[in-house]
Design a protein around this ligand. Structure first.
Ligand code: URA
Length: 212
């Protein structure tokens, strides 16, 4: 079998700190990771959820999208980005990039819906983040696109406004990461779609994808 050319996640103090549970650490596939997640009771969001929204798409995707947390529709269906914001993400993918959902991998930082869609709290992020890191390690995308301030700030460990850090390449454990605005924000501020299209074009150029 030919060696996989994509880099493994770089280890570091952060990674060592995050992957504490042996079963999570040892998972060799997304399926095994889902088994390690189980009927997760690691944080208080377990009490109010209908589904765990683990992630969806190609387990070998070159491109991964990361959002904040499931909303009501996602909680109902058990799938990420299937509400109004998700429909816009589908347009960005399909009409913009010429890609289908099946070709990319889509996940959230937090896998259970926070009550009334409030922002996830620090203990909830700490409980869930190892699973995101491990999803990245298993999928091995060449590019991660973070959608919105929350996912960007959690993954990059900063508090920089999304308007200040979108459109610039960053690094997540050795994987190129492009922050951009959240599609829910674009629904409220459609004039920013142009800016997101600029960010997406940078991603397409990096992946060698042709514009449709
Ligand atoms: N917003 C997110 O950040 N994630 C979803 O899955 C849906 C809406």
């Amino acid at each position: 079998m030919a060696a996989d050319p994509r880099p493994r996640l770089e280890a570091g103090p952060d990674k060592d700190r995050l992957l504490l549970e042996p079963e999570v650490n040892a998972a060799n596939s997304l399926q095994e990771l889902g088994t390690a997640l189980g009927d997760c009771q690691r944080c208080k969001l377990a009490g109010g959820r209908r589904s765990i929204v683990f992630g969806v798409g190609n387990s070998d995707a070159r491109l991964m999208f990361v959002g904040e947390a499931p909303g009501e529709e996602e909680d109902l269906q058990g799938l990420p980005f299937v509400g109004k914001a998700g429909q816009l993400l589908d347009k960005i993918l399909g009409a913009g990039m010429g890609l289908s959902r099946e070709e990319v991998y889509i996940a959230n930082v937090v896998k259970c819906r926070p009550p009334k869609n409030r922002n996830p709290q620090p203990d909830e992020i700490v409980a869930c983040e190892p699973f995101l890191l491990k999803q990245v390690e298993l999928v091995k995308p060449e590019v991660i696109v973070t959608l919105g301030a929350f996912a960007t700030q959690v993954m990059l460990r900063n508090r920089v406004a999304i308007s200040k850090q979108r459109g610039r390449w960053q690094d997540y454990h050795g994987v190129a990461l492009m922050p951009t605005f959240h599609p829910a924000y674009l629904l409220r501020s459609p004039s920013e779609k142009r800016v997101v299209w600029g960010d997406i074009k940078l991603v397409m150029a990096r992946l060698g994808l042709e514009q449709g």
